[in-house]
Design a protein around this ligand. Structure first.
Ligand SMILES: [Zn+2]
Length: 165
């Protein structure tokens, strides 16, 4: 078991039978020790495990709302624009549009195999199987494959595409 897993287990067991005040104190102690971080969203009380990039409760980071695109490689503007355009087209008929879509790469067929999470203001939603299926998500899959062709993602790499203006 990794240290992170041990810490998760300890915290889970500590707060399992604790009341609200005790839970807050336990979380705060673990935060001070560097095992948890406090969500930067003033409306969100969540503490998150070290290593998580975004709050599990609301999708914000420790320093506040995630803003701006993030991409790990020297992807050209053209490839990047193609991905954003495909995502906007995909979400256009459905309301509401997520504020951002994030991709986490843990293996699989390039960026198309990445884990995908939609971030709505105040909540996050994981998309089961992401955009792997080329038939269902033709434009997005093509855009992701184009990024992969340019530069293969490595384990743990992360993309964030902000859709909301
Ligand atoms: Zn939060």
């Amino acid at each position: 078991m990794s240290e992170a897993e041990v810490v998760r287990n300890v915290i889970t067991r500590l707060v399992a039978n604790a009341d609200e005040t005790q839970t807050r104190i336990a979380h705060e102690l673990f935060r001070q020790a560097g095992y948890l971080w406090r969500c930067g969203n003033p409306a969100c009380p969540a503490y998150n495990y070290k290593g998580l990039r975004y709050c599990e409760g609301c999708g914000w980071g420790s320093k506040g709302k995630p803003v701006g695109d993030l991409h790990p490689s020297m992807y050209t503007e053209r490839r990047w624009t193609r991905l954003r355009r495909a995502l906007l087209k995909h979400y256009a008929p459905a309301a509401p549009m997520p504020d951002a879509v994030v991709f986490d790469y843990w293996g699989g067929p390039g960026w198309r195999g990445a884990e995908v999470t939609e971030m709505y203001g105040g909540r996050t939603e994981e998309i089961t199987d992401g955009f792997r299926d080329r038939d269902r998500f033709e434009d997005i899959a093509t855009a992701l494959d184009s990024l992969t062709k340019w530069s293969k993602p490595s384990y743990g790499e992360h993309i964030r595409v902000v859709l909301a203006p």
